[in-house]
Write a protein that binds this ligand. Structure first.
Ligand code: ATP
Ligand code: MG
Length: 447
């Protein structure tokens, strides 16, 4: 193979600026820039807090997994696997790989690989990018971020409830109010098979009224017909047999307990009999947190119990339940959050009149940062540092409370001048370079 880079460089010396090709981000994949990134950090801080108080621990799995993991773990007949995955062949070893479209399969794979549940259940959470080749629109991107929580090795309804309470508490902390909770139960496989037979019979009788997608799904995955977004099929779907009426006593009890526990904690819910997941490894509770404020992309968080997934992935049966949340959608709802959008200012701006001062200034700044002081250093040694006036202008624009002046006179005496920028006093003190950490401690206490 020829080296494309070498060939292009030889034939095309650097073109004039006007003709240079500008590379842009891949369609549907977004840059998250300051100050907006502060909103993300604010969200992430709340997440860590909430996960901490529920005793969920952080797990980080690779972004790239074997394609087979998602084919099995997400499901061959899902939209994700049928048409949304970024899959590729590793050209060095021929492996079939995929950028993760969701993270539950990855977490379960890791749990199996490291035998995480050998000594009891594990409560885990993750945050990170997922990839799906969808039509980009508001609230729907090709690289998007999910927060997810998974409780592995717990069978009881109290853990289903706990996972939903955690979402409710996170939303409450974020100030989100107009979010409703919809629930359903998928029972167990035997119950679903009975329901499935009734569905096939019902939709079979109305075959001509089904759209092409649904006609195909009647064979592959009839439960998913209930999930159709086609308005022309809504009446037909309304009249279809409901899974809930096929549930036995044990399944109903599990569902009733989940509902009762949510109510006991003041979380309002509504049963939506059409909330379904078409895969065999799901069981019992499924739920969504929905807002009407984001149009068609109103599902903020979706989850449920997947007691059969460990077995599907070749491990011994292990009950599990979890959810995934679209972070962009949540942040879009939190448009105005003064706290979140406040651009953080450094504590101090280092004014360095001469490049010759850098050798003493930089170690001093290191000592300050080690003591927790946020310092923005004036940079410009390539162009003679710039005038004091322009440096003070930058100090002012940075929002810093103090200017640290590393002038020649100061350094000759082994001190730095600390000038107050924000209180109108213009007060200044000098501090021995060796004592800056001490000054830092007075700063911390007045912050
Ligand atoms: P939808 O019906 O909106 O396509 P989904 O059922 O495919 O959602 P899940 O796989 O359950 O979604 O993912 C959990 C959450 O991740 C969703 O509720 C949503 O908030 C978010 N999400 C899913 N796909 C995207 C996307 N392409 N861009 C942004 N967020 C997404
Ligand atoms: Mg989707």
């Amino acid at each position: 193979m020829t080296d494309i880079r070498a060939a292009t460089a030889a034939e095309n010396p650097i073109p004039p600026a006007a003709k240079r090709e500008r590379l842009s981000a891949v369609k549907g994949m977004n840059d998250i820039l300051p100050p907006d990134s502060a909103r993300w950090e604010w969200f992430e801080a709340h997440v860590r807090d909430v996960m901490g108080v529920y005793a969920y621990r952080n797990i980080r799995t690779p972004i790239v997994e074997h394609t087979a993991l998602f084919v099995k773990g997400t499901g061959e007949t899902t939209d994700i696997v049928e048409k949304e995955m970024y899959s590729f062949v590793d050209r060095l070893n021929g492996e079939q790989l995929t950028l993760r479209p969701e993270n539950t399969p990855g977490v379960v794979r890791a749990a199996i690989e490291h035998n995480l549940t050998y000594d009891g259940g594990k409560r885990l959470f993750y945050m990170g990018p997922m990839f799906r080749h969808e039509r980009p629109q508001r609230g729907r991107y090709r690289q998007f971020y999910q927060l997810g929580a998974e409780a592995l090795g717990f069978a009881g309804p109290e853990v289903d409830a706990e996972l939903m309470l955690m979402v409710a508490q996170l939303f409450a902390r974020l100030g989100l109010k107009q979010v409703r909770v919809e629930l359903n139960s998928l029972g167990v496989l035997a119950e679903r098979l009975q329901h499935r037979a009734a569905l096939v019979e019902y939709f079979g009788r109305h075959f001509d009224a089904l759209d092409a997608d649904s006609q195909r799904r009647l064979q592959t995955n009839p439960l998913r017909i209930l999930d159709t977004k086609n308005p022309l099929m809504q009446d037909l779907v309304q009249g279809a047999p409901q899974l809930l009426s096929f549930l036995g006593e044990t399944s109903l009890k599990h569902f009733d307990q989940v509902k009762a526990l949510l109510s006991a904690c003041g979380v309002a819910w509504r049963v939506n009999p059409r909330l379904v997941r078409g895969l065999d490894y799901y069981s019992h509770t499924v739920f969504e947190f929905i807002t009407d404020e984001l149009g068609a992309q109103g599902t903020l968080c979706g989850g449920g119990r997947y007691d059969g997934l460990f077995e599907t992935l070749g491990a011994k049966p292990t009950p599990a339940v979890g959810w995934g949340m679209g972070i962009e959608r949540v942040l879009e709802l939190i448009q105005v959050q003064a706290e979140a959008l406040a651009v953080p200012a450094p504590d101090a701006y280092a004014v360095i009149p001469e490049a010759a001062a850098l050798g003493l200034a930089l170690p001093t700044l290191q000592a300050l940062r080690l003591a927790g002081v946020a310092v923005q250093m004036h940079a410009g040694a390539d162009a003679g540092m710039g005038s004091m006036k322009s440096q003070f202008k930058k100090a002012d624009a940075s929002g810093a409370r103090f200017a640290l002046v590393f002038g020649g006179d100061e350094l000759a005496q082994g001190v730095v001048t600390i000038k107050s920028l924000r209180d109108g006093s213009g007060a200044q003190v000098t501090c021995a370079l060796a004592d800056v950490a001490q000054w830092a401690s007075t700063l911390q206490s007045t912050r």
